[in-house]
Design a protein around this ligand. Structure first.
Ligand code: PRP
Ligand code: URA
Length: 215
C-alpha cells in the first residue's frame, strides 16, 4: 500500500489481484454470478490488509519434531457490519478470513433525488460496543451512507471502527476523513469523480443491482 493524498488513515490496496478483479467488476458485461463471486473475492483480499494490525500473542504447540512457542491471534472480538443491501456481498469474503466474527446489519438507501441516506434497519450483536467494527460496502460515493452508518455505530458505543469499500470517490473519502478522522478506510481503488446522479465515474454502476440482479 502506498502513501496517498488522503492521509495516513486511508489505505488503498493497490495489489495486482485486486486491480485485475476490479477491472472485471467494472465491465458492464460481467454476469451477476461472476460479479457476486468477484465482490466476495476482493472482499477477502482487502480483509487481508485491513486485519494487518490485529493483536497477536503466542502459544505453545507440539510439532512432530518438538515443542515450540508460536504466534497466534490474541482473540480480538470483531464484528462485520454490512450496509444493506450491497454490503452483504462482502460479508462472505470477510468471514472466510475471520470466521469467528459476528455480523451486524444496517439497512440504508439513498434517496435518488436528494442522495440523502435513510436508515431502515439496524440489528447488532448485544456486545457490539466491545467489538472492533468493520463496516463494509462496495461503494463510497458521496459518503453519506457510510457517514450515517459510522455515526450509528458510535451512538451504540463503538470506538474502534474501520470502513472497507471496493471503489471510493474522492468526495466520499473527504467526508469520512472530515467527520470521522480516526476511522481507518480500506479501499480497492479511488476513482475520478461523481456524476450528477451521485454515481462513481468510471465506477461499476449500481453495486446492489449488479450483486442481486435487480435491474
Ligand atoms: C449504494 C452503495 C452505498 C451507497 C453509496 O447503496 O451500496 O451504500 O449507495 O453512496 P453514498 O456514498 O453516496 O451514500 P444504495 O443506496 O444504492 O442501496 P442498495 O445497496 O440497496 O442498492
Ligand atoms: N452506489 C452505487 O451502487 N454505485 C455508485 O456508483 C454510487 C453509489
Amino acid at each position: 500500500m502506498k502513501a496517498n493524498e488522503f492521509g495516513e488513515h486511508v489505505h488503498i490496496v493497490d495489489h495486482p489481484l485486486v486491480a485485475h478483479k476490479l477491472t472485471i467488476l467494472r465491465d458492464k458485461n460481467t454476469s451477476v454470478k461472476d460479479f457476486r463471486e468477484l465482490v466476495s473475492e476482493i472482499g477477502m483480499l482487502i480483509t487481508y490488509e485491513a486485519t494487518r494490525d490485529l493483536p497477536m500473542t503466542t502459544k505453545l504447540v507440539e510439532t512432530p519434531i518438538c515443542e515450540a512457542v508460536e504466534p497466534t491471534l490474541a482473540g480480538k472480538k470483531i464484528a462485520v457490519v454490512p450496509i444493506l443491501r450491497a454490503g452483504l456481498g462482502l460479508v462472505d469474503g470477510v468471514l472466510r478470513m475471520v470466521p469467528s466474527a459476528r455480523v451486524g446489519h444496517i439497512g440504508m438507501f439513498r434517496d435518488e433525488e436528494t442522495l440523502e441516506p435513510h436508515t431502515y434497519f439496524c440489528k447488532m450483536p448485544k456486545d457490539i460496543a466491545e467489538r472492533e467494527i468493520m463496516i463494509v460496502d462496495p461503494m463510497l460515493a458521496t459518503g453519506g451512507s457510510a457517514d450515517a452508518a459510522i455515526s450509528e455505530m458510535k451512538r451504540r458505543g463503538c470506538r474502534n471502527i474501520k470502513l472497507m469499500v471496493l471503489v471510493a470517490a474522492p468526495d466520499g473519502i473527504r467526508l469520512i476523513t472530515k467527520n470521522h478522522p480516526e476511522v481507518e478506510i480500506y479501499c480497492g481503488a479511488v476513482d475520478d469523480h461523481l456524476n450528477e446522479h451521485g454515481y462513481i465515474v468510471p465506477g461499476l454502476g449500481d453495486a446492489g443491482d449488479r450483486i442481486f440482479g435487480t435491474k
